[in-house]
Design a protein around this ligand. Structure first.
Ligand code: GP9
Ligand code: MN
Length: 632
C-alpha cells in the first residue's frame, strides 16, 4: 500500500505538468497573491460591489504584466516579479489610505500635488491601519524561499522562441480582455476615461491596475503636451490679448458689492427652460421664480462646460478660463497657479469657503480648491450625512447645514456652494416629494422636473433663511445652473414638452441656456438683462462688483460689455446676433432662425474665437499665469 502510494507520488513528480508547475511557481504565486490583494482592496473600497464583474479586468491586467516576465531568464524574472509585487502592494496601501480620507482612488496628479492635500499629507500616520501590513506580508515571508528557488531553477535554460510564443499568447489574451472592459466603460460614459470624474466607479469597472495605467497615460500625455516650449512671441501675444480683454472701459455697478459677502450657488443640472414654466398649471420652480423677480436675471446665459462637466462650470466661474481641450482641467491642471475669485477676495481679507455634500475627491475638488486658494473646503467629512437624495447628502440637509456654518464664518466671506440632489438620472423619485408631472410621469423629463422642483423647494427655504438671518442685507448672491439636464439623445422629449417643432441645432442651443441670477441687497437693480453671456463671464462680472483686479480673465464683464460673445469648447460660438454651430459648420441668424452664408467678417470672427481657445489652452499647458505673475 505504502509502496504504491510512493510510486504515484514519484510518478506525479516526474510528470510534465508537475515539472512545468514547479518551474513556473513564481509566476503562479505572484499572480495569485496580486489577485488576492487587488480583490481585497476592491472589497474594502466598495463592499456592496459584485466582485464577479471586476475579476475579469483584474485577472487580465495581471496576465499582461506577468506576460513580460516570461521573456526573462529565471533570476531576472524572479527579481521583476518580486519588485512588481512590492510596487503594486505599496500602491494598494496608498490607495487604501487615500480612500480612508477621501473615499477616492489616488492619482499621479494627486501625489504630485500632495502639498495641496493639506489634511491628508500631515495625517498619513492616522490613516494607516496595522491590517494594511497584510499587503507586505508575502514580500517578507517569501525572501528565503526565493533564494532557494533561484538556486534550484537558475540552471534551467529555455529557448527564446517558445518563451516568446507564450508571451504573445498571454499578452494578447490579457490585453483583449482589458480592452473589452475599458471599451465598455467608454461606451457607457464617453468622457469618464479622460475626465476621471468618478474614479471609484472607474476602478470598480476596470480594476485597480488598469485604473492606474490609464491615470499614468493621462498624466504623461498632459505632461508631454506641456513640454513643448512656448515661444516668447506667443507668450507676449497672449499677454497682449489678456491686457486688452481685461481693460476697463465703462464702470456700471463698479464696486457695488465691495465689503459685502459673496454667496455663489451652483445648482446641479438647472436649465433655463424650467424657469417661469408650468406643468399641469403648477410652477416647476416657484421659489426661484419669486427670487428672480427680486433680482437681476440674465436670460441669455449659456453653460460652456466640456469634458469636466460640473467641475468645468466651477472652473470657468472661478477662473474665467476655458475648460481643458480634453478631460477635466480640475484633474489635469490642478498643479497650476490660478488668479481665482477666491484668491483675489482672500487678498481683500475675505474668508473663502467651498461647500459641497459629496466626497472630497470627486472631480479632484480636494486638490483643486486648494489651487484656487479657498481657505476651506467643507465636503462630505464636514457634514452630518443625515439624509441622502440621489448621489449623496440631500440638498435640504446640505443647505440647512451650510447656513449654520455660514453664520459662523468671519465676515466678509465668499461662500461657494455646489448642490447635488438634482443629478442625472433623476431616479430617486420617492425622495423628491410629491409633484404631479402628468403625462411625463415615469419619463426622464418627468423625473427631472420632479428633482428640480425638489431642489427649488430647498433653495427657497435656504434663501428665506438667509433673509431671516439678515445675511441677504449684506451679501451679493449669485445663482446659476452648471450644465444641461436633458442629454442630447433625449432632446425630443424636451421639444415635445416645450411644444416646439424646430429640431435645428440653433434651437438645440436655445435649450443650452442656464439661468444666472444676481441678487443685490434691498432687491436693487432687479430686472431682466438680455446680454448674451456664459459661465466664463461670471468672474469678470463679480470682479467689477467687488472691485477686484482683472488680469487673466478670458471672459467679459456682463455689466460693462456690449459684446455678446460666447465661445463653446467645441468651437461653436455666438456674438449675440449670429450663432455658429461647429459640427455642421453652419451660421444662423438668431432673430430669424435662418441659416446664413459665411462672410469674410464671420470667417474672421471664427478664426479670432478659435485663437482665444488656443490662448486658453496655452495658459493651461504652460502654466502661464505663474509665468506672468513671476515676470510682474
Ligand atoms: C458630484 C457632482 C456631479 O460631486 O458635482 O458632477 P457631474 O456628474 O454633474 O459632472
Ligand atoms: Mn453637475
Amino acid at each position: 500500500m505504502n509502496i504504491s502510494k510512493f510510486k504515484i507520488i514519484s510518478k506525479l513528480r516526474d510528470s510534465k505538468i508537475f515539472k512545468m508547475l514547479i518551474s513556473n511557481i513564481d509566476i503562479l504565486l505572484f499572480s495569485i497573491l496580486i489577485f488576492i490583494k487587488i480583490m481585497n482592496y476592491a472589497k474594502q473600497i466598495s463592499p456592496e460591489y459584485l466582485y464577479i464583474g471586476v475579476t475579469h479586468p483584474v485577472f487580465a491586467s495581471i496576465l499582461v504584466i506577468v506576460s513580460f516576465s516570461v521573456l526573462f531568464k529565471v533570476n531576472k524574472r524572479i527579481r521583476y516579479l518580486y519588485l512588481l509585487d512590492l510596487i503594486i502592494s505599496l500602491i494598494l496601501m496608498a490607495d487604501l489610505m487615500y480612500y480612508r480620507y477621501f473615499k477616492d482612488v489616488i492619482t499621479l496628479a494627486a501625489v504630485k500635488n500632495a502639498k495641496l492635500l493639506g489634511g491628508v499629507s500631515s495625517s498619513v500616520g492616522s490613516l494607516f491601519n496595522v491590517k494594511d501590513l497584510f499587503y507586505l506580508l508575502d514580500i517578507v515571508i517569501l525572501i528565503p524561499f526565493i533564494k532557494r528557488y533561484k538556486k534550484r531553477e537558475s540552471s534551467r535554460k529555455k529557448k527564446f522562441l517558445p518563451k516568446f510564443a507564450v508571451f504573445i499568447v498571454m499578452f494578447l489574451i490579457g490585453i483583449s480582455i482589458d480592452v473589452k472592459s475599458v471599451y465598455a466603460v467608454a461606451k457607457e460614459q464617453p468622457t469618464l476615461l479622460s475626465s476621471m470624474s468618478n474614479r471609484i466607479y472607474l476602478t470598480k469597472m476596470i480594476g485597480n491596475l488598469n485604473f492606474h495605467a490609464i491615470d499614468a497615460y493621462n498624466y504623461i500625455s498632459t505632461k508631454f503636451k506641456n513640454s513643448k516650449k512656448i515661444s516668447a512671441d506667443d507668450e507676449k501675444e497672449i499677454k497682449n490679448f489678456l491686457d486688452q480683454n481685461n481693460a476697463v472701459t465703462t464702470t456700471n455697478l463698479k464696486g457695488e458689492g465691495e465689503g459685502k459677502n459673496l454667496i455663489v450657488i451652483q445648482v446641479e443640472a438647472l436649465q433655463q427652460f424650467v424657469i417661469n414654466q408650468k406643468i399641469n398649471g403648477k410652477e416647476i420652480t416657484p421659489n426661484l421664480n419669486k427670487w428672480i423677480n427680486k433680482s437681476l436675471y440674465f436670460d441669455n446665459y449659456f453653460y460652456q462646460v466640456a469634458g469636466g462637466n460640473t467641475s468645468d462650470a466651477e472652473f470657468m466661474s472661478n477662473n474665467s478660463l476655458y475648460p481643458a481641450q480634453s478631460g477635466a482641467a480640475y484633474y489635469s491642471y490642478s498643479g497650476n497657479q490660478y488668479d481665482s475669485l477666491a484668491k483675489q477676495l482672500n487678498d481683500k481679507n475675505y474668508y473663502t469657503a467651498a461647500l459641497h455634500g459629496n466626497n472630497e475627491g470627486f472631480w479632484n475638488r480636494n486638490v483643486m480648491y486648494k489651487a484656487e486658494k479657498f481657505d476651506d473646503f467643507y465636503g462630505e467629512h464636514s457634514f452630518n450625512i443625515d439624509e441622502t437624495v440621489g448621489l449623496g447628502l440631500s440638498d435640504k440637509s446640505f443647505l440647512d447645514q451650510s447656513v449654520e456654518k455660514m453664520k459662523n464664518f468671519k465676515q466678509p466671506y465668499y461662500s461657494f456652494l455646489v448642490t447635488l440632489s438634482s443629478h442625472y438620472p433623476y431616479d430617486d423619485v420617492k425622495n423628491y416629494g410629491d409633484f404631479d408631472v402628468g403625462e411625463y410621469e415615469g419619463t426622464l423629463l418627468g423625473n427631472y422636473l420632479k428633482s428640480i422642483h425638489y431642489t427649488d423647494q430647498q433653495l427657497g427655504v435656504f434663501l428665506d433663511k438667509l433673509d431671516k438671518e439678515g445675511i441677504t442685507q449684506n451679501s451679493i448672491i449669485a445663482l446659476y445652473g452648471d450644465h444641461f439636464a436633458i442629454p442630447k439623445d433625449n432632446t425630443d422629449q424636451l421639444l415635445k414638452f416645450e411644444n416646439v417643432n424646430d429640431t435645428s441645432d440653433l434651437q438645440w442651443y436655445e435649450y443650452q441656456k442656464v439661468p444666472l441670477v444676481i441678487h443685490f441687497p434691498e432687491d436693487s437693480h432687479k430686472g431682466i438683462n438680455h446680454t448674451y453671456g456664459g459661465q466664463m463671464d461670471l468672474y469678470p462680472t463679480l470682479a467689477n462688483l467687488f472691485n477686484l483686479p482683472k488680469q487673466y480673465m478670458m471672459g467679459k464683464d456682463l455689466f460693462n460689455s456690449d459684446s455678446g460673445k460666447v465661445i463653446f469648447r467645441n468651437g461653436s460660438f455666438t456674438n449675440g446676433k449670429i450663432f455658429y454651430v461647429s459640427w455642421t459648420n453652419t451660421y444662423y441668424d438668431i432673430k430669424s432662425g435662418k441659416q446664413v452664408e459665411e462672410t469674410d467678417e464671420l470667417k474672421k470672427l471664427r478664426d479670432e474665437y478659435n485663437k482665444e481657445l488656443e490662448y486658453s489652452d496655452d495658459i493651461l499647458n504652460h502654466n502661464l499665469i505663474k509665468v506672468f505673475e513671476n515676470g510682474n
